[in-house]
Write a protein that binds this ligand. Structure first.
Ligand code: SAM
Length: 218
């Protein structure tokens, strides 16, 4: 995708930084970053900062996540063409857009609690003619049973524990990625197997806004 020159330079700088710091190691994820430009997902007031490696305010006191965190989470999720993906916490829609690029002929379902953000994300995704993302208004701590089971589930808000409905809606051999913890979270990648859930990766010191809802923050 061709993007305006000023953003192109800033995007190249961001990608170099993420590669040097090993937050971005996968070529397909780099292509997703190039094809789903972050400046299409930030409010006008934040455009100058779209390619800073920082979370940025969107609305309803929520944030678009930091690029380094999005690249790492996307790499860990190991998305394959044709898969069925569930994201909890659509926010701006940027992470959904990145997943939509990687999943190709597959589908991304993304659940968001705030109607204003559902609308914001839908407008942002539509501006890039993305058709394989369905943004759903609802409590994502309950998952989205209708389109389950999922090959991959990603939660982009902090959970005190992984909501049970989400584990139930994951396919066998599927992966679930979530930030788990109170004031600071560990990114946890789980694989569901016939003998239980196996922790594949765990890395501490992340900070996300809280997951609300029935199985969210009490
Ligand atoms: N993935 C987003 C992006 O690319 O912009 C960033 C997500 S933001 C860090 C976390 C989001 O989770 C917020 O938009 C918030 O409203 C949403 N959220 C919190 N609790 C939720 C719940 N129970 N169900 C659905 N969305 C929830």
């Amino acid at each position: 995708m061709k993007i305006e020159k000023k953003y192109h330079i800033a995007l190249n700088d961001l990608i170099s930084y993420l590669k040097n710091s090993r937050y971005l190691t996968n070529h397909n994820v780099e292509l997703a970053f190039r094809n789903i430009p972050r400046h299409k997902f930030v409010p006008k007031s934040e455009l100058d900062y779209a390619y800073y490696n920082e979370p940025l305010p969107i609305m309803k006191n929520q944030t678009i996540s930091q690029p380094g965190v999005v690249s790492r989470m996307t790499e860990w999720l190991d998305v394959k063409n044709g898969q069925n993906i569930l994201e909890i916490g659509t926010g701006s829609g940027w992470q959904s857009g990145i997943l939509s690029y990687l999943v190709g002929e597959g589908t991304v379902y993304s659940v968001e609690l705030h109607p204003e953000l559902v609308k914001f994300a839908q407008v942002n995704l539509r501006s890039l003619k993305i058709k394989n993302v369905h943004v759903i208004l609802g409590d994502g701590s309950l998952g989205y049973l209708k389109a389950s089971p999922y090959d991959r589930i990603i939660i982009t808000a902090a959970c005190t524990e992984i909501p049970l409905p989400l584990l139930e809606q994951l396919k066998e051999n599927g992966l679930l990625l979530a930030p788990v913890g109170d004031t600071s979270q560990s990114l946890i990648l789980l694989k569901k197997t016939s003998v239980g859930n196996i922790e594949i990766k765990n890395q501490s010191n992340y900070v996300f806004v809280p997951l609300l809802g029935k199985f969210g923050k009490k």
